[in-house]
Design a protein around this ligand. Structure first.
Ligand code: PEP
Ligand code: MN
Length: 346
């Protein structure tokens, strides 16, 4: 931390501040300028509480943190990339990962048809929500356990790994029995009880960025999961809320390379929720590959007009197949860029 004292602060005031910093467990180094004293504090302690306490002191001009507030998820902690093996598929490594499936699990027919089609088109994982976070309490809330059972059935038939959302800490063990990856939805990114429970679940986590969350807040939420014992976290950009109304959310595509500079965790893009519009999904998916995401999670439905949720942004099975074919040259370039990068990281 750096603490800048007010102009002409007295010696007693500087001593008082120094004493307070030491009480929080930090070592203090002060620099006496012409008009102002600047104090450097180093060590390990409750930075937030210390900064709040210092900012409440009238003789302090400004108190700020200089190191990142997250540790385990940072590049400094692990300079390479983290690879996570999920149901035989590695994410964060030298293979681009496609996750696809409906917004909600609706029926056995819908799940089996979708799973078989997306597997044929080249997806490695199947998505589908059995517990749905809906803005309205009157909307479909998901098939819950019955939905989880259908996901299991689809996995048995196709071998695809399962990505599905968990909404509360009390459901973590149940969902973890059926899922390979537990999805944390945008609305739950800062549900700290849930994040803590994920630390113990033994499954990989797909953590979606909250719709009004900064990149650093996303990393802090990932830090919760890792600090509580689970290092297998995948970050997901799914668009944020802005003044723009043409798209459902605004895709912060730059967050992907920005995250890449800050963290070793795998990063995926969700072009479906980022746009809300089927026609925009393939171009955004191409952007995701080109910008170096580790994978994509996309909504696909056998009959989007009958989808219970998110039909307007769901690709048909044929559109998904076309998108996969169109992505091939982009993925070939991605492969070329990734192999030397991995070799350099070792
Ligand atoms: C979903 O994946 O269907 C979903 C609800 O996503 P988000 O949490 O990003 O809105
Ligand atoms: Mn959805």
């Amino acid at each position: 931390m750096i603490i800048s004292m007010k102009l002409h602060a007295t010696k007693e005031e500087v001593e008082h501040v120094t004493e307070r910093i030491r009480e929080f467990g930090y070592k203090v180094h002060s620099i006496q300028g012409e008009e102002r004293v600047v104090i450097g504090a180093v060590g390990v302690g409750d930075v937030t509480a210390c900064l709040e306490s210092l900012e409440a002191m009238p003789c302090v001009e400004k108190a700020m943190r200089i190191s990142a507030p997250y540790k385990f998820v940072s590049k400094e902690f692990h300079p390479g990339r983290t690879q996570i093996k999920i149901n035989g598929v590695e994410i964060g490594g030298d293979r681009f990962v496609m996750m696809a499936g409906p917004c909600s699990v609706e029926s056995e027919k819908q799940m089996m048809e979708t799973a078989e089609a997306v597997a044929r088109s080249g997806a490695q994982m199947l998505r589908g929500g059995a517990f749905k976070p809906r803005t309205s309490p009157y909307d479909f809330q998901g098939m819950e356990v019955e939905g989880l059972k259908l996901l299991r059935k689809a996995k048995e038939a196709t071998g695809l790994g399962i990505v599905t959302e968990v909404m509360s800490d009390g459901d973590v063990d149940l969902v973890a029995e059926y899922a390979d990856v537990l999805q944390i939805g945008a609305r739950n990114m800062q549900n700290f009880a849930l994040l803590k429970a994920l630390g113990r679940c033994g499954r990989a986590i797909l953590l979606k960025r909250g719709m009004s969350a900064t990149v650093k807040e996303l990393l802090m939420s990932a830090e919760y999961i890792v600090a509580h014992g689970n290092p297998n976290v995948i970050l997901c950009e799914r668009g944020i809320r802005t003044f723009e109304t043409v798209t459902r959310n605004t895709c912060d595509i730059a967050s992907i390379p920005a995250l890449r500079e800050l963290t070793h965790l795998p990063i995926v893009l969700d072009p479906s929720h980022a746009t809300g519009k089927r026609s925009l999904v393939p171009p955004l998916a191409r952007a995701g590959v080109a910008i170096g995401a580790d994978g994509i999670i996309v909504e696909v439905h056998p009959c989007p007009e009958k989808a219970i949720s998110d039909g307007a942004q769901s690709l048909t099975l044929a559109q998904f197949d076309t998108m996969m074919r169109e992505l091939k040259p982009y993925i070939a370039l991605w492969n070329e860029s990734r192999v030397p990068a991995l070799a350099a990281a070792v």
